[in-house]
Design a protein around this ligand. Structure first.
Ligand code: SIN
Length: 554
């Protein structure tokens, strides 16, 4: 079956939905999402959206904080674009019905504080901001007759057509154009061809590459793998942000203790009750995230303890239950009363600062392919994202992309292009066996453990080299055996996960310095001006790495 739309949006988080709502004014939109439409990273975002709305705040201050956090790698023009567009995007969310918390006595928003911000500027809906935003956007998308949502649909690969024109031996042009995607209907066990004038990847993060993550299970980096395989440029994948404070509990999976808790005065302490952040940075518990995560890692390694603690017990219980109802309830259900007990926490993989390289409208290096949100690398985050800048970035780029696409839509509709072959097919049992499912489970686990142990918060040359060897082996194993294993979403995700892990390792190996989130004990200092550039990776172009991985033993 061939589905034809103006816009094909992959992902149903804040980026995909915001774009879809705007694009639906100019054309038809299909949103494909691999699980339930609400199962997105956005839905789990607790902290909020950073935006200049406070009387004591200014665009300059937000720009300065973002640049400082990004440690030399932010693109200043993009930072300016995002920060300045913020208030208008927030107004749109409020008009749609998002209920941010208000502060009656100040006649305005109740603004939270998070690490690295010099002012209170985080708009929030208690401690469930993402859920409040997602709910409103989904309702609006479902009410729009120009938008169709396909749940349980997983994109396998993009349809990319290559065109070139030569005169004699001279290449006049070479162009890759994205025309759609091949999509697995998981429930119906069919592959469908979706054809579109524009494809947008809004697939979110890749936290599941690591053993411990704040991300939901869907965050397997699909968009990065799909774009890379299609030949798009990706950048800065070495900059994986570890959130300092995930709940440490044997039965709690992926539960974040929002940085907003530290914004309200919580302090990190060790098991003897000693605060330790003053040893690491003058901003103490509200230092930039890379610094706090590394400090916790150091404390845990030095003490041999399994976790550290976050203590907010000095605040009034009524305030805490009102400001953090979700965190309060969840911790209480596990026997931790945050009004009385310090909360056990550990760092966990949280946000991918790199991604598919885009321009200021979300356009990638492949014609008609856009990327927005966490899967994109726009230049906003540099080497370390400033807390709560990501939902803002997603909204600003969705708007910019929708404007850019609407301007070109008519010409796209009228162009003459070769037809897209309809590769729709039923996934048959005889297409592979289920008897080797253990290979999938084993390799998922192996990759995530490998990345956590060898490519985590603190890296070394040797561990990175070992990690690369292991991942190359796994990829070879998968390549050899995949044709004999039944097609499933687990298999597709694993293939993507292995590729994303390899790209993270390769980027990390190539950056022979420590900057922002990338800390390598063999190169502990920040490098000179030659390192003030993005690490760009592209398929079949190993020479584009800053330096090729050379494995040295002993
Ligand atoms: C948090 O609530 O701590 C997460 C905010 C963010 O990652 O931007």
């Amino acid at each position: 079956m061939k589905n034809q739309f103006d816009y094909l949006v992959v992902g149903s988080g804040i980026a995909g939905l915001t774009f879809a709502l705007k694009a639906a004014k100019s054309g038809t939109v299909a949103i494909v999402t691999k699980k339930d439409k609400l199962e997105t990273n956005t839905n789990y975002a607790q902290g909020g959206i950073a935006c200049v709305v406070g009387r004591d705040d200014s665009f300059d201050l937000h720009v300065k904080d973002t640049l400082e956090s990004g440690d030399g790698l932010c693109h200043p023009d993009i930072v300016d674009q995002v920060v300045k567009a913020g208030p208008q995007r927030i107004r749109e969310l409020v008009e749609l019905g998002v209920g941010f918390n208000l502060l009656a006595e100040q006649n305005g928003f109740d603004l939270g504080r998070e690490g690295g911000h010099s002012r209170n500027r985080i708009l929030h809906a208690q401690d469930m901001t993402g859920k409040a935003v997602e709910k409103v956007l989904i309702a609006a998308a479902e009410a729009d007759p120009n938008i169709a949502i396909f749940e349980n649909h997983l994109v396998l690969d993009l349809v990319v057509q290559h065109q070139s024109m030569k005169v004699g031996s001279v290449d006049l042009f070479q162009q890759d154009t994205c025309r759609g995607a091949y999509v697995l209907d998981i429930a119906g066990e069919e592959i469908h061809t979706f054809v579109a004038n524009v494809v947008l990847l809004c697939t979110g993060g890749a936290g599941k590459v690591y053993l411990y993550t704040s991300n939901p299970d869907v965050a397997t980096g699909d968009g990065l793998a799909i774009a890379y395989r299609a030949g798009a440029q990706l950048a800065n994948l070495e900059f994986v942000q570890f959130h300092p404070t995930c709940l440490y509990h044997p039965t709690a999976k992926n539960f974040l203790i929002s940085e907003a808790v530290r914004g309200e005065g919580a302090r990190l302490i060790d098991k003897r009750g000693r605060a330790f952040m003053e040893k690491y940075h003058p901003l103490k518990d509200l230092a930039f995230r890379d610094i706090v995560a590394r400090a916790i890692d150091t404390e845990m390694k030095n003490s041999g303890d399994d976790c550290v603690f976050l203590d907010i017990t000095h605040r009034d219980a009524a305030f805490l239950t009102k400001r953090f109802p979700n965190i309060y309830r969840r911790c209480l259900s596990l026997g931790i009363d945050i009004t009385k007990d310090p909360i056990p926490v550990v760092p966990a993989a949280h946000y991918m600062c790199g991604g598919i390289l885009t321009d200021s409208s979300g356009r990638t290096s492949i014609d008609n392919l856009y990327a927005i949100g966490e899967c994109a690398c726009t230049g906003l985050h540099g080497a370390n994202r400033l807390a709560s800048n990501s939902l803002l970035e997603a909204m600003v780029f969705s708007d910019a992309a929708a404007v850019a696409c609407a301007e070109r839509l008519e010409s796209w509709r009228n162009r003459e292009l070769p037809g897209v072959p309809d590769c729709s097919a039923k996934v048959c049992a005889e297409n592979g066996s289920n008897s080797e499912m253990v290979m999938i489970a084993h390799n998922w686990d192996f990759i995530r453990r490998l990345m956590w142990n060898y490519v985590g918060i603190v890296r070394t040359d040797k561990r990175l080299a070992l990690a690369l060897n292991h991942i190359v082996q796994i990829k070879m194993e998968l390549k050899e055996h995949m044709p004999n294993i039944a097609l499933s979403s687990d298999l597709v995700e694993l293939q993507g996960l292995a590729l994303v892990a390899e790209l993270i390792i390769r980027c990390a190996i190539s950056r022979k310095e420590s900057r922002g989130l990338h800390f390598n004990v063999d190169h502990p200092e920040k490098g000179g001006p030659c390192w003030l550039k993005d690490t760009i990776v592209k398929k079949n172009a190993a020479e584009e790495f800053l330096s090729l991985p050379t494995v040295q033993w002993g």
